[in-house]
Design a protein around this ligand. Structure first.
Ligand code: ADP
Length: 538
């Protein structure tokens, strides 16, 4: 009898100790999170956490040598030793819009595993139709397979309105899916197209299905910790922050055809100093500014996007409209905040597109220059000077189509000036072959081409990259236009619709297109060359 009293007492004590440990762990976790939020600058969130928990989190301190980072690092090391790989701690949930990609569309169902980052996330109420879900959305059923993951499956597809495009591969007939007659000989059964349009079975999002994409989004430090700024400056910082690329623009160096010299110089000036900082010290200290100049449509913006893709810097894509704020005279302050913010988020790249529209030569223009504009330019020069005399990892990349209009003070501060010229014959040939290969499939329509690439490249002397692309698009459009005519002239109920055939795009067609699509910048080439001779710095 005495023994069982003892046993009951011991087990009660053990249970209480266990409960206390759990309680202490939960509190420690909250203190660790609170501490982490403060360290990372999420001050408002930390305040909200403190208020919500009502635990007076500020009264506690995290012990020496411990923080969430360390704990996770140690967990990773432990996991690595145990399993020879690092643990995957979070997975991305597909956004509501992504569910379109899992529509049936007459194809095999595409199940998509969704691992929930939060336990019991299903109990969290989400807005029912956020993200513009229309009636065209498939009805979804979510089935949990285990505690931490769910399999999302399309159970039925009830399209009521039609989204019509050229994405014609799957055709629904009598509820049964058939492959469209998009054969190699590029026969297009546009009866299927029409039915497709009526039934709304377009499934053009399938290719975009990405249940577990690379974490390509940039995690920025919160603005609440942007110190030394009053509320007005913080408001301006919010305006500038909208121009920060949060998503990777996904332009690789290989996507840029030709421009080998420009690519090499840009890499040398912007990418390598960040990748190999130990090489860029002393006299080799990195450049602070680079100007890409040349005719429009030659790939200057593309180069900037490649920089944003390839280097892991905070990329500010600044257009004139962001800093030219005429009605409030804020331009000067905006420039200051832009550079402050770039330092705050360093390493950063500030891309100033169409620089001539913000930095034209001072004092030029009818009736003299506006005072606000002059102050803004001076501020930009001051900020550039500040960069030159600091070790901040902030780089200015500028692009201009009219370099001769640029302020000389600004030119001096852009230490590298690189001509991004019209594509060479070899580059033009590569571009045509890239955009119009012998067999191409543009979103479901197969196009056949029979082109003498070398001849066409010769004929396209003076065309810029975007001109070449435009001509290719026009050439590809010609055979496709025939489908539009047939579709437009089709009367409902008429089941006798002939199967039409997409014509092959031939060299003659292309030459005909060229007769009507002229290059946009040919007569300025000399002027760029002359300016390059005088100002280039490579
Ligand atoms: P800009 O020099 O005016 O900034 P862009 O970089 O915006 O020109 O180029 C416009 C478009 O032209 C690009 O989106 C791309 O499709 C095409 N283009 C121009 N040059 C090239 C190139 N060298 N390689 C591939 N595409 C190019």
């Amino acid at each position: 009898m005495e023994l069982s009293y003892q046993a009951i007492k011991t087990s009660k004590q053990a249970r209480e100790a266990d409960e206390m440990r759990t309680e202490a762990r939960r509190r420690s976790l909250l203190v660790l999170i609170f501490n982490y939020l403060i360290d990372e600058g999420y001050v408002d969130t930390a305040g909200a956490l403190e208020q919500e928990t009502n635990l007076g989190l500020r009264r506690f301190e995290v012990c020496d040598n411990v923080d969430l980072d360390t704990i996770i690092m140690e967990y990773e090391s432990y996991y690595f030793i145990k399993f020879q790989k690092y643990p995957k701690l979070t997975k991305r949930l597909p956004e509501i819009g992504d569910s379109r990609s899992a529509r049936i569309c007459g194809k095999k169902r595409t199940p998509c595993t969704v691992t929930q980052t939060l336990p019991r996330i299903n109990s969290i109420q989400r807005p029912a139709s956020k993200g513009g879900l229309k009636k065209t959305e498939s009805k979804m059923a979510i089935r949990d397979t285990d505690k931490d993951s769910g399999v999302r499956e399309c159970m039925s597809s009830t399209h009521e309105t039609a989204e019509f495009g050229l994405n014609v591969s799957p055709i629904m007939r009598n509820g049964v899916a058939e492959e469209a007659q998009v054969k190699r000989g590029h026969l297009i059964d546009y009866r299927g197209l029409i039915q497709d349009a009526i039934k709304g079975a377009a499934c053009n999002a399938t290719n975009g299905l990405n249940c577990n994409p690379e974490p390509s989004e940039r995690l920025l430090k919160p603005l609440s910790a942007f110190s030394g700024m009053n509320s007005e400056m913080r408001e301006l910082a919010t305006v500038i922050s909208r121009d920060i690329y949060l998503h990777n623009p996904n332009v690789r160096w290989d996507d840029i055809i030709g421009l080998e010299d420009a690519k090499r110089l840009v890499k040398e000036a912007v990418v390598y100093p960040i990748k190999y900082p130990q090489l860029f010290t002393g006299i080799l200290s990195p450049w602070k500014g680079l100007l890409l100049f040349g005719p429009p449509g030659t790939g200057k913006t593309l180069l900037a996007k490649a920089v944003a893709t390839e280097c892991n810097t905070t990329f500010f894509n600044i257009s004139t409209s962001t800093i030219v704020s005429k009605w409030r005279g804020d331009s000067e302050k905006l420039v200051r905040v832009l550079f402050e913010l770039a330092r705050y988020h360093a390493p950063s790249t500030i891309f100033l597109d169409e620089l001539e529209s913000v930095m034209s030569q001072r004092g030029i223009g009818q009736g003299g220059e506006h005072e606000g504009s002059r102050r803004m330019k001076t501020e930009l020069l001051v900020q550039m000077d500040g960069l030159a005399h600091s070790d901040d990892l902030v780089f200015v990349l500028a692009a201009s189509n009219l370099p001769w209009e640029l302020d000389h003070g600004m030119l001096r501060r852009l230490d590298k000036r690189i001509l991004v010229g019209l594509p060479s014959e070899a580059a033009r040939q590569a571009m045509i072959a890239h955009w119009l290969p012998p067999l191409s499939n543009s979103g479901g329509v197969e196009l056949l081409t029979q082109l003498d690439y070398s001849l066409l490249a010769q004929e396209m002397e003076g065309y810029s990259g975007s001109d070449v692309k435009l001509a290719c698009k026009e050439a590809a459009m010609r055979p496709v236009r025939k489908i539009f005519d047939a579709l437009e002239n089709h009367q409902e109920g008429n089941s006798k619709m002939p199967v039409i055939q997409l014509d092959t795009v031939t060299t003659t067609d292309f030459l005909d297109v060229l007769a009507h699509t002229k290059p946009s910048v040919r007569n300025l080439t000399e002027k760029y060359m002359a300016w390059e001779r005088e100002y280039q710095s490579v």
